[in-house]
Write a protein that binds this ligand. Structure first.
Ligand code: SF4
Ligand code: SF4
Ligand code: SF4
Length: 276
């Protein structure tokens, strides 16, 4: 799975929690790749190993020595990008949902819209930014694979074409009947992310129910951007609120650009001043 056919535009990650030992080699590979600072017990973090501005992926520990890698799902129709009124988040042709910090105005609508509660904010930075996994977009463009999948010593999280990974998941189901979790009322095991919220580029198979990863137990298969805008269109005060917020967008962007320029100047004359 590490050298997929570059002719297929959509890449993905398949995480098989039954193979994960919780070693966090993937977490540390990500932190090294993005020069993320050591984990700190920020008071707003639920715990030190929660997702954060210094941890784009993490390992959730569940009873029975079960380990579940957490990261952005790179939704096929991302609610975060839909909610961002300045286009700072965007779905790329290869699969990653990436972030342009120069456009971000810091409204954090993306954090509220994400059905998996993924994006974090670097509150501790002088110029705070939204931080999340970007599926190693630059590495993918260069013909490589994500640092985390490359690093995993157990093949618990692998990279490839999305369709090939779906086929690999089904192959594992067939090879070991009864091993993987089948939701009540379903005829076969679940590939989390195959259809959920319209489909995602980060897929999971597991021997435990992973529905706890969403904001609500059953997120459904309908893309959330459609729901978001359908709901908004029925609530005129919200629309007016958004319109009012947009009137301040240019002022906020201008202010952020000024702060970034000041931070860059400080960095040029001394220790780095950008956030993490
Ligand atoms: S999981 Fe959340 S942050 Fe990631 S692409 Fe989907 S909506 Fe955006
Ligand atoms: S895909 Fe890249 S950015 Fe995302 S968790 Fe893995 S190493 Fe980090
Ligand atoms: S490196 Fe592999 S086995 Fe270790 S925590 Fe990450 S996904 Fe699990």
């Amino acid at each position: 799975m590490s050298t997929p056919d570059r002719g297929d535009p959509m890449f993905a990650i398949l995480t098989d929690t039954t193979r994960c030992t919780g070693c966090e080699t993937c977490v540390h590979a990500c932190q090294r790749t993005y020069n993320l600072p050591p984990d700190r017990a920020w008071r707003w973090k639920q715990k030190i190993d929660d997702l954060s501005s210094s941890r784009f992926t993490t390992i959730i520990r569940r009873p029975g020595s079960k380990f579940v890698r957490q990261q952005c799902r790179h939704c096929l129709q991302p609610a975060c990008a839909s909610a961002c009124i300045v286009g700072a988040l965007r779905k790329t042709e290869l699969g990653p949902v990436i972030y342009d910090e120069k456009r971000c105005m810091g409204c954090r609508y993306c954090m509220m819209a994400c059905p998996y509660g993924i994006p974090r904010y670097s509150w501790e930075a002088k110029v705070p930014l939204v931080r999340k996994c970007i599926l190693c977009y630059d590495r993918l463009k260069a013909g490589g694979q994500p640092a985390c999948t490359e690093a995993c010593p157990y093949g618990a999280t692998i990279f490839g074409r999305r369709d090939a990974l779906l086929a690999e998941a089904r192959r594992r189901f067939a090879a070991e009947p009864g091993k993987y979790f089948t939701p009540p009322g379903r005829s076969g095991p679940e590939i989390y992310g195959e259809h959920e919220v319209g489909g995602t580029c980060v897929l999971y198979i597991s021997d435990i129910d992973l529905s706890f990863l969403g904001w609500r137990p059953n997120l459904g298969d309908e893309p959330l951007p459609a729901l978001t805008w359908a709901a908004l269109s029925k609530v005129p005060p919200v629309i007016f609120g958004v319109a009012a917020a947009m009137s301040g967008v240019y002022w906020i962007i201008g202010r952020r650009m000024k702060l970034q320029a000041e931070a860059a100047q400080r960095a040029a004359g001394g220790p780095g001043a950008t956030g993490h």
